[in-house]
Design a protein around this ligand. Structure first.
Ligand SMILES: [Zn+2]
Length: 737
């Protein structure tokens, strides 16, 4: 596993490139750059974190103490069968009589201890309790006393809060967090002994140029703070790493502090997910017995499977530890209607897709005041259903055999400010293709490619995973030499782990091609020729039997094959003018330039030297969908764990529980699939399922958990077949084993 710190070699690269190699000598001995002192073992999971299936978060607003109805909320927690609660405690506003100077008490609090009342009421109901703090904003009195605790912008000015201009933005990496918030966390832990502290907006609000950041970065690296946003700037790379490390050190400091008071307690950092997460997911996952993924709702153009993707990303680094899906009840758009209520159907599809992908739900409500109660009944129904089916929703182990790799280091050091376009959109293309193809799969973190983490997988997909170390390439090599299959696209492995370009792919031997050093794009009006004559009936052409050519991607690398490939199903039809219309004719009807390299060095390897996945996400061309699906079918080379045949768009997951195999079918078929909110649901069916069970599993009877009925199964060897007559929003097939 790649260590958290820059290695000596990496650091020398950075410093040498910046012409300040001497700095390394000065900073090398500092503990910041050593791997010692950082915990390597994962936190165990105490009962307070493992038991709750349902959480409820009450995020208080400052005037809540004026009209707070404690009995109503305790009853709501009971009605929804909530087993864990997250309650606002302090930081920005304290909801208890704090003794810490400048820890701002709610102006409506008076002598009351609202946090204390809530904690005691929830404890009486047997709930796990987290206290939420938010350190990102503060007030004039603290700013006057400690001006150096405030974040500073690139021009050297202290930052007012963007939404509440009477407040100040705090520096996350200096004494405000390291000293002041440490005291706040200890005070809360001493007074209320919660199970943990849920940290909101704790990791900073953009780059900070305060005196502490300047001095600490200089002391650690020898550099001045970077002023560029280029991923190729070695000082910026060093800064990104330093900031991530400093936040991990902060987490460790806070964990140490609260565990002196409650040894089972843990900081629960709220952070992003997937490749675009600026925090190191492996390090945060190691330090927490559970994590809550804060993806409250979709917004803009987004499919409901996005919450399932988040669940898979968290599971990749959390393993069997609980992953909680923090959902909102309102519209989550740029105008930030934080008190709004969205449609019940939208809340349902979001939560159902989270549950189907292994998350435990966590309802997040802003303000204890109910401006609109329309969400309550729907959340209660969802929550009660999970309680009634609890035994099918716990201890889940995914049975998926396909892994979609995501790479934070590729986003950080290769993508940086363009990470969405250069990194994430490739993964989204594959994700959409896998959902449409109904292939169960998991996400895989690129720094967890060892044999143990890959044991469950037969095929890995690398969607433009550009930045890979030599060691990571070696792990992929052994995966393939042990019979694993690999699909990779575009610039995968063309850069090292810090985003420096190699002369050739790190995986050139696996791909069977070398990069010539040339690339082309963006290409207009280019096509792929399907070589039916040379490869008659090839699996790549399934559903494309009558297509002589289809559209190409947009960016491609020029590569030369190391050997003659037996299978070259796709060749390039180069770009030709798209205007004036009189000039729109192909200048070259046929080339021998292959656009997909298929071979079998041990396991099967498919390499696309272009951005087919990114282009698919961009334009959603159905021909690209078929190519992606067919490539996976060619590579996977074993009977799929599950086949689902029927109409509509379904998110399909398969799990093994202690006494059952459960199959979730989430019906995403909806005119509002790619942009919410849903207005309602449209039933699809029948769906014919064929499940190829692992040899050690014997199926007994099956039930539909949503329809609440038993269902006949047909056996053929280790495979079983059954038909789900209809799915409105969600169905779960539970097969007793
Ligand atoms: Zn700062």
């Amino acid at each position: 596993m790649k260590p958290l710190s820059l290695t000596r070699r990496e650091f020398l690269q950075s410093t040498a490139a910046a012409g300040t190699g001497v700095a390394f000598v000065q900073v090398a001995p500092r503990s910041l750059w050593s791997e010692a002192g950082l915990p390597t073992k994962s936190e165990p999971v105490p009962a307070w974190a493992s038991k709750p299936m349902r959480w409820f978060q009450l995020t208080l607003v400052e005037d809540d103490p004026a009209h707070f109805d404690l009995a109503f909320w305790l009853e709501t927690f009971q009605r929804t069968r909530s087993e864990g609660v997250c309650l606002s405690g302090g930081g920005c506003v304290a909801y208890y009589p704090t003794a810490i100077p400048f820890h701002h008490r709610s102006a409506w609090l008076g002598d009351r201890d609202m946090l204390g009342e809530l904690v005691s009421g929830c404890r009486k109901q047997g709930m796990s309790v987290l206290v939420r703090t938010d350190p990102h904003a503060t007030y004039d009195d603290l700013q006057a006393a400690h001006p150096d605790w405030i974040a500073v912008d690139v021009e050297g000015k202290p930052r007012r809060h963007w939404a509440s201009p009477e407040m100040w933005v705090t520096c996350a990496l200096g004494p405000y967090n390291f000293e002041f918030m440490t005291s706040v966390h200890k005070e809360i832990m001493n007074r209320y002994r919660p199970d943990g502290i849920f940290l909101n907006r704790w990791d900073g609000s953009g780059e900070c140029y305060c005196q502490h950041c300047i001095a600490n970065f200089k002391a650690a690296t020898g550099f001045d703070l970077p002023r560029t946003t280029s991923a190729q700037d070695p000082v910026r790379r060093a800064y990104l790493t330093w900031r991530r490390e400093r936040l991990v050190i902060l987490l460790d400091l806070w964990n140490t502090g609260i565990r002196q008071i409650n040894p089972e307690a843990s900081m629960i950092p709220n952070n992003g997910s997937g490749a675009l997460n600026p925090l190191d997911a492996i390090e945060t996952s190691r330090r927490a017995p559970m994590l809550a993924a804060d993806r409250q709702a979709r917004h803009g153009l987004a499919a409901p499977w996005l919450i399932g993707k988040t669940a898979k990303e968290y599971r990749a680094t959390m393993g069997a530890k609980p992953v909680i899906g923090l959902f909102g009840i309102g519209l989550e758009e740029q105008y930030r209607w934080k008190d709004s209520v969205t449609s019940n159907a939208e809340i349902r599809i979001w939560v159902l897709d989270a549950i189907a992908n292994g998350m435990r739900p966590w309802c997040s409500k802003f303000s204890a005041t109910l401006h609109d109660e329309r969400w309550l009944k729907g959340v209660e129904e969802l929550y009660v259903w999970t309680e009634n089916n609890r035994r099918y929703l716990t201890h889940q182990q995914p049975l998926a055999r396909v892994g979609l790799v995501y790479s934070q280091q590729t986003a950080w050091y290769y993508g940086d400010e363009h990470a969405e376009a250069k990194v994430e959109n490739y993964a989204l293309g594959w994700y959409q293709a896998l959902i449409e193809s109904r292939i169960p799969f998991e996400m895989v973190h690129d720094r967890l490619l060892d044999g143990a983490h890959l044991a469950a997988f037969k095929t890995l997909i690398l969607p433009n995973v550009a930045a890979l170390s030599d060691a990571q390439c070696d792990l992929l090599r052994s995966f393939v030499s042990n019979g694993g299959n690999l699909i990779a696209t575009h610039e995968t492995s063309l850069y090292d782990e810090l985003g420096s370009r190699r002369k050739n792919f790190g995986l050139a031997d696996l791909f069977g091609v070398d990069w010539t050093g040339k690339s082309e794009g963006p290409m207009q009006n280019s096509y792929l020729r399907l070589e039916h004559e040379a490869q008659p009936g090839h699996i790549l052409f399934a559903g494309l039997e009558d297509a002589p050519r289809i559209v190409n991607g947009v960016s491609r690398l020029e590569v030369t094959p190391r050997e003659r490939f037996a299978e070259t199903p796709l060749t390039l039809i180069p770009s030709y003018p798209d205007l004036p219309m009189e000039k729109v004719y192909p200048r070259t009807a046929k080339t021998d330039i292959s656009c997909l390299y298929l071979h079998k060095p041990a396991g099967r390897v498919a390499y696309f030297p272009f951005d087919i996945d990114r282009t698919f996400w961009d334009v959603l061309c159905v021909d690209h969908l078929k190519l992606l699906r067919n490539t996976l079918l060619w590579a996977h080379d074993e009977a799929p764990i599950l086949e689902v045949d029927g109409p509509g768009l379904l998110d399909v997951t398969v799990w093994r529980n202690p006494d059952s195999v459960t199959i979730h079918l989430v019906n995403l078929t909806n005119p509002m699939t790619m942009k919410g909110p849903y207005r309602g649901f449209f039933p699809v069916g029948p769906q014919k399922l064929r499940l190829n069970l692992p040899a050690d599993i014997q199926a007994k009877q099956a039930r539909l958990l949503v329809a609440d009925s038993s269902i006949p199964i047909e056996r053929a060897g280790s495979a079983i077949s059954l038909t789900v007559p209809s799915i409105l929003d969600h169905e779960v097939v539970a097969i007793e084993i």
